[in-house]
Design a binder for this molecule. Structure first.
Ligand SMILES: Nc1ncnc2c1ncn2[C@@H]1O[C@H](COP(=O)(O)OP(=O)(O)O[C@H]2O[C@H](CO)[C@@H](O)[C@H](O)[C@H]2O)[C@@H](O)[C@H]1O
Length: 472
């Protein structure tokens, strides 16, 4: 089958979070099992894109509303990612350093989607499925089926994967004219509660909807930022498929970002060496248990509570624990996390910012990884932690619930029920107990590292889903 993934992010071309990891790995694994999976993302001004070689695959003009633009489809030349990567270059719109956060993000992603479909519509052959990811590509299912200029591709099945329903990409009806012409009576398929809502539109129009874990699918029926009733209505065509991880990129034995590689047999010495190096850089004491957090500092991750959780844990455990955080997001959370350094400089540090290298070093060097998320559609950090022998401490929600079993239930992680200072501090207390029981701690590490979360299974699940659509 030929599958076209359309996304705003794809590792390593452009990454903000987990969406990039999935779109950078799933197609590779689909290719491995004999299919042709391609990825289309905007041509940002990122390091990877600047440093890679591309050839022009197509060059044309298009428009969103009255705004005409020239676009180029660029194909990565070397196939070094394990799939064909195509970029949509629109001068002045896509070629910026950041993926999101501009006042004209709506225009940028509308133009990206239109250019992508214009290009696909003029191919001599038809792909078997168009797979969209999150709201940035959420207008694609509507446009493919309903816009007159895409009649030639209107029968291609579309699939939407919801990585995070917290973000929906809403914009006003005054921008309806951005879309290529369609029968206006179909306009209702674009909207939700007084605005055009790309995520809602994709849920209505895609042939199938997937979420990145089974539990998140169920949770969304009761909590999806206003889309609950729509999701209940479209439940019949929805399925939860648990994400995998790219076990070639996330392999502690071969990871080039680590000072010392390790495997199941050498985990104790390997982790100790990585921990020592990490603690030296961040002025921490490697003889104490190291607790970490990596991620976007936003409410859905429970980041607003982290400062109070850390004050509480550091107060209770005095000088006997270390905490290291890597993240960026809400500025008041960043400020409070930085402030803790003034009070606990010997056993706390924070790297405010984004750094892929440091994230790998932390997964390898840490003892525990905290994920007190309020919402977690799947979560990849806990899967990376498991592979690197770092015990995840997670709230029982979404994909965290589906992938981490508490040590009290014979498992390998520490789970808590609420995103609250009390629950997380209590979980940290349990973690300190586990750390001090060296035999149990070693056994848990070994169990974790044996778990296989590679994409092999999920890649097949998606193919089975596409095959049903092809026969429909
Ligand atoms: N400051 C920083 N420096 C370096 N690396 C950083 C970083 N902050 C985050 N990362 C990295 O970004 C990724 C985060 O992935 P997640 O899946 O945990 O979250 P995200 O909410 O972005 O993804 C959404 O999509 C994914 C994919 O479907 C779902 O798993 C998830 O639940 C959903 O919220 C990891 O690779 C992590 O290491």
């Amino acid at each position: 089958m030929e599958i076209i993934h359309i996304s705003a992010e794809c590792y390593p071309a452009a990454k903000v979070g987990g969406l990039a990891d999935v779109v950078g790995a799933l197609p590779k694994y689909q290719n491995k099992i004999g299919h042709i999976a391609k990825v289309v993302v905007p041509a940002y001004d990122t390091k990877f894109i600047r440093e890679s070689e591309f050839e022009v695959a197509y060059d044309a003009w298009s428009n969103y509303g009255n705004n005409h633009f020239q676009y180029r489809i660029l194909k990565e030349k070397s196939n070094k990612l394990g799939f064909d990567l195509y970029l949509v270059h629109i001068q002045g719109l896509t070629d910026r350093p950041n993926v999101y956060g501009y006042a004209d993000d709506t225009e940028r992603f509308v133009a990206f989607q239109i250019a992508t479909l214009d290009w696909i519509a003029q191919w001599e052959h038809r792909p078997d499925v168009i797979h969209c990811h999150d709201h940035h590509t959420g207008l694609v299912p509507f446009m493919v089926t309903n816009c007159l200029k895409y009649q030639s591709i209107s029968k291609i099945p579309t699939v939407l994967t919801i990585h995070n329903a917290q973000y929906q990409g809403q914009f006003g009806w005054d921008k309806l004219y951005y879309l290529p012409a369609f029968d206006l009576w179909k306009g209702g398929l674009l909207g939700w509660k007084d605005s055009i809502n790309p995520l809602a539109s994709a849920i209505k129009c895609a042939w199938r909807v997937t979420t990145v874990s089974p539990s998140y699918l169920e949770e969304m029926m009761g909590n999806a930022r206003g889309l609950e009733s729509l999701l209940r209505q479209e439940r019949w065509k929805s399925v939860g498929i648990l994400n995998g991880i790219d076990s070639e990129v996330w392999n502690p034995e071969t990871d080039p970002m680590l000072g010392k590689g390790y495997n199941l047999k050498t985990v104790e010495s390997g982790k100790a060496a990585n921990k020592k190096a990490l603690c030296d850089v961040f002025q921490l004491d490697s003889s104490k248990p190291l607790f970490t957090f990596i991620g976007r500092l936003v409410d859905e991750k429970g980041a607003d509570l982290l400062p109070d959780i850390f004050y509480s844990a550091l107060y209770q455990h005095g000088d006997n624990i270390n905490i290291l955080i890597l993240g960026s997001g809400d500025s008041w959370v960043e400020g409070r996390l930085n402030q803790i350094k003034d009070y606990y400089s010997r056993n706390y540090n924070a790297y405010i910012g984004y750094n892929e290298q440091v994230s790998h070093e932390i997964y390898a060097g840490a003892d525990f990884l905290l994920m007190p998320s309020r919402v977690e559609p799947c979560g990849l950090n806990q899967l990376y932690a498991l592979r690197y022998g770092t015990v995840p401490i997670v709230r029982r929600v979404g994909g965290l619930k589906d992938t981490v079993i508490d040590i009290g239930d014979g498992g390998f992680g520490i789970c808590h029920d609420q995103t609250s200072v009390w629950d997380v501090t209590h979980a940290i207390n349990r973690a300190v107990e586990l750390y001090n029981d060296k035999k149990a701690f070693k056994a848990v590490r070994k169990t974790m590292m044996k778990i296989d979360h590679s994409w092999d299974k999920a890649a097949t699940n998606y193919i089975e889903l596409y095959q049903i659509l092809k026969q429909a």
